[in-house]
Design a protein around this ligand. Sequence first.
Ligand code: IPD
Ligand code: CA
Ligand code: CA
Length: 259
Amino acid sequence: MNPSLLHLERLARQAGELLRLAYEHEHQVDYKGVIDLVTEVDRQSETLLLGEIQRLFPGHRIVSEEIGLVPGREVDQWYVDPLDGTVNYAHGIPIFTVSIAYARRGVVTLGVVYDPMRDELFAAERGHGAWCNGRRLQASSVTEFQRSLLVTGFPYDLWSTPQNNLEYFGRFARLTQGVRRLGSAALDLCYVAAGRFDGYWELSLKPWDVAAGGLIAAEAGAVVTNLVGHADYLTPPCSLLAAPPGLYAKMLEILSEKA
Ligand code: IPD
Ligand code: CA
Ligand code: CA
């Protein structure tokens, strides 16, 4: 059996329900790095998702944030972020998602991002378009920075790396109506797909953060590349620019300017 969008949607809803029900309770927070957290709910959501994927699709390869690699056939590859927005979640901020993508022979063909607190399910199938709760998505038609609202994020090694995104943040903040930081890369990309944001960029992500959202944004008409304009944004260090065609080249130019 090949996975379908319906399979991914069911999985994301199941895990999303788990996140929503556990949200009100106090969480056990462990630290993977100085400011990189994980809660027991990240792990519970991952156990549920991986168990279901392995039950339905035995032999498939899965890359998932907390556990790493579940070995399997490379032609059938899943990318799972069981809770994107862990810092928000741990602080009681209701902005977080479940992100699931499936790639066939190295090409992401299905992607779903579920926001359980707003009950918004974003989904895309390569070549067929992108939807939110069944409504077709279309990226914005904005062409001027002055009319744009952007979104970005920052890496967990922000304190120590020169690739901290603060310089780019400053540049765009001086050109646009604003730059938001929601705390879920998957949701940032879905909001670009929905035309809520006019552009997104971020450095040093992981494939599970962006595999589903990247497809959703692209299928909604955004241009999605790495920060130097190449199509492959899933290869580490996984930097990403997603913007509607009217703003993409302008954003790429700002990102290319020397400091
Ligand atoms: C993080 C979020 C955040 C982004 C970080 C990611 P996590 O994922 O997507 O928005 O800025 O780079 O690591 O840790 O909440 O799954
Ligand atoms: Ca993530
Ligand atoms: Ca995560």
